[in-house]
Design a protein around this ligand. Sequence first.
Ligand SMILES: *[C@@H]1O[C@H](CO)[C@@H](O)[C@H](O)[C@H]1NC(C)=O
Ligand SMILES: *[C@@H]1O[C@H](CO)[C@@H](O)[C@H](O)[C@H]1NC(C)=O
Length: 230
Amino acid sequence: MDRHIREFLNRLSYATITIATLILIVLFLQTPETCVPHGSPAKPHLRFPRSSCDSSPRELLTIEKKNKRLWSTKSWRNKVESYITFFKEFQDLGLLHNHSKVLCVSVGAGHEVMGLSQMGVGDVTGTEMVDSPPLVSRADPHNLPFFDHVFDLAFTAHFAEALFPSRFVSEMERTVRPGGVCVLIVEECGDEEVREIAGLFGRSRFVSAMNVTLTGLRMTRIIMKTKIST
Ligand SMILES: *[C@@H]1O[C@H](CO)[C@@H](O)[C@H](O)[C@H]1NC(C)=O
Ligand SMILES: *[C@@H]1O[C@H](CO)[C@@H](O)[C@H](O)[C@H]1NC(C)=O
């Protein structure tokens, strides 16, 4: 009985080895054709690395290099200059100091953040749906990741792109301290639209609306001051 079982097991393993070998041979003979037609131009970036530390062909553009390139363009510098001129007026109005904590919402690549920093404002936070370090962190304007009342001034030049304007406004308002200000830049508009936008604020009083030129565009600047008693 024992012998029979051993013979059976032996035969089984021979059969298994044979099947495995056959499968290997079939796989080896049926190496699939590549999809790249013969004679097509070589793609050096697609070639298989020769060793695990083969790092030669890829061009690595560091964030520092990218920023350096972007920040040295004329259009970047002009926009930053324009923001500096714009924010100087807030210093004259006594609404902005070097020690102010400033939040800039939906800043794109962060021109206003750089402008404020260059003016000497030490604590500037810029947010956008896509981050671009070191100027801009990622945050949803409808759900800002900041505590209540932490900023002296909240600014946005991109209110027009807000998906939910009243939510956008209430988030700015929430993060600003009582007595602080929210500043909105919108496309040039009249009193009617200004009233509508100011009406979105629940805990602030209207300070002023004024037509300004910012980055070469005619815009309207709306200033709201957060009420002290809430
Ligand atoms: C603010 O900072 C800038 C740049 O550091 C400096 O030139 C300016 O004098 C400072 N302003 C005040 C009021 O301290
Ligand atoms: C801005 O300028 C436009 C066109 O001149 C005018 O109709 C509007 O009332 C101005 N808005 C403000 C807030 O002064």
